[in-house]
Design a binder for this molecule. Structure first.
Ligand code: AMP
Length: 294
């Protein structure tokens, strides 16, 4: 019998919140013994429509939907926003239940990492580019925690958003290289009405900044137009236009690059339909990333 931390029910369907890894695995094994498939949606919480679209995809792909909510300490650098990252489990639980999730797996960091944990999973090619340059141990933390979550939740399917395109490429590579028996599904970027890609970190932006930050998406659109409408295939020109378009008093560009749409590795030639412009900027005090298929 599972000792469920909390059970939500609307009279029709109930959703469990499980905190213990062992109970999560017991639940997964029980579901699998009943021939049910499991889809996992890994998140750090502060859920928005982008996350919820992943739950929809999971819901239509498997019998049991598990949403993990875990602000993973190993993917934050020493001076990053781990402490101030928004945490709102009650609100998230409500949203997950409304969207038809079956389980929230919300462990504490001490449940996941032993005090003397010393084993990591590292992808060493894709993760050296783009965000990997300015966040050196970030992807090591991501691949490690995703592996841990796969081992605990035993999913058949895991759903990730293309908002973090480099992250999906790294996870696809890890799954392939390590023969992990999980199918990775990609979900498209969900945006605000002004084009700003939804992100939990948008909570750091005030109303004016939220409006201004839409220039990140607009600059990507300008880059895409240069390729599609003017037939430009010069990567440096595309990058220069995007940088120029996004720059104002509030923005500091971390990188703009043209990469392979599937692997997220830098490309030498720009091929329509096969490339993505990826970028990261500081908008005031907030680090934003976005990308567009070209
Ligand atoms: P996070 O909670 O930021 O770690 O994100 C959890 C998952 O949600 C990742 O797979 C993200 O790529 C995905 N995600 C975050 N924002 C969006 C968005 N705006 N559209 C689609 N997926 C998203």
């Amino acid at each position: 019998m599972l000792s469920i931390y909390k059970e939500y029910t609307d009279g029709v369907k109930s959703m469990k919140i499980i905190k213990s890894p062992k109970e999560m695995t017991d639940f997964a094994l029980e579901a699998k013994a009943q021939n049910k498939t499991i889809a996992l949606v890994p998140t750090m919480g502060a859920l928005h429509e982008g996350h919820l679209s992943l739950i929809d995809k999971a819901r239509s792909s498997a019998d049991v939907v598990v949403v993990s909510i875990f602000v993973n300490p190993t993917q934050f650098g020493p001076n990053e926003d781990f402490d101030k990252y928004p945490r709102q489990l009650e609100e998230d639980a409500k949203a997950c239940q409304e969207r038809g999730a079956d389980v929230i797996f919300a462990p504490d960091a001490s449940d996941i990492y032993a005090p003397d944990a010393s084993t990591y999973v590292c992808e060493e090619s894709i993760s050296t580019h783009l965000c990997g340059k300015s966040r050196p141990k970030h992807f090591r933390g991501v691949t490690t925690v995703v592996t841990i979550l796969f081992n605990i939740v035993r999913p058949n399917i895991a759903v990730f958003g293309e908002k973090d395109a480099q992250q999906i490429s790294i996870i696809e590579r890890m799954v392939r290289d390590l023969f992990m028996d999980v199918k990775i599904l990609r979900a498209p970027i969900v945006r605000d009405s002004n084009g700003l890609a939804l992100s939990s970190r948008n909570k750091y932006l005030d109303t004016l900044e939220r409006q201004g930050a839409a220039r990140v998406h607009q600059s990507l659109l300008a880059g895409k137009r240069l390729v599609h409408d003017e037939g430009c295939t010069n990567i440096d020109r595309v990058k220069a236009l995007v940088i120029n378009h996004v720059t104002n008093a509030k923005t500091r560009v971390i990188y703009v690059d043209v990469v392979d749409a599937s692997t997220s590795l830098p490309v030498q030639t720009l091929e329509k339909g096969k490339c993505r412009i990826s970028m990261a900027v500081w908008y005031g005090q907030t680090r934003l990333i976005d990308n567009i298929l070209i």
